[in-house]
Design a protein. Structure first.
Length: 184
């Protein structure tokens, strides 16, 4: 009788041959897009850029009713620089050796938190130099098409499924090389 009970219990908690696990990741339903943007021949990220998600018409995508991200409701999908935190969870300078990156995989890059259902194929990233000389030069605006493999899916089962679908290209920043504007 005990064996029958254990068998029924096992079958009830089995899904397609895998044991059902009710434990959840703290980042369920969340992914990140990471942009590594620098000048050709240099490794340092260019600071003070405006990086937004745009649609096929070139319009900024607004996060209406948190459709595309769990943060910044009804605002444009705008990338922010990654930042470091101290042991108390407070922001510190990126030069602080004790600080840890908020999103460790992004290091000193730009990032955007999005939902796992984000339709990357429908959007592009627009990169604009908004401060001119302050970041080392006037850089040309660039538009880059997004793809599903550009997304960092944070929870392991989703991440494993994505890796099976897209292969080794997943979980890498989108590398963008900016060129200086030509003087007219």
């Amino acid at each position: 009788m005990r064996i029958l009970f254990l068998f029924i219990l096992f079958v009830n908690f089995s899904v397609k041959g895998q044991i059902f696990n009710a434990q959840h990741c703290g980042y369920d339903f969340t992914s990140y897009l990471v942009i590594d943007v620098h000048e050709k021949g240099k490794k340092e990220n260019i600071k003070n850029l405006r990086i937004t998600i745009i649609d096929s018409s070139g319009n900024e995508v607004i996060n209406k009713n948190n459709r595309w991200s769990w943060v910044n409701n009804n605002k444009p999908l705008l990338f922010t620089p990654n930042y470091k935190l101290n042991k108390s969870g407070e922001k510190v300078s990126e030069n602080d050796p004790e600080g840890k990156w908020f999103f460790p995989f992004a290091k000193d890059n730009y990032l955007l938190s999005i939902v796992n259902t984000f339709l990357a194929d429908n959007f592009s990233v627009k990169i604009e130099d908004i401060d001119g000389e302050e970041n080392g030069g006037h850089f040309e605006t660039q538009v880059i098409q997004l793809y599903p493999f550009n997304m960092y899916i944070l929870c392991s089962s989703e991440n494993e499924r994505q890796a099976q679908q897209f292969g080794p290209r997943t979980n890498r920043p989108v590398e963008v090389l900016l060129e200086r504007k030509k003087d007219k």
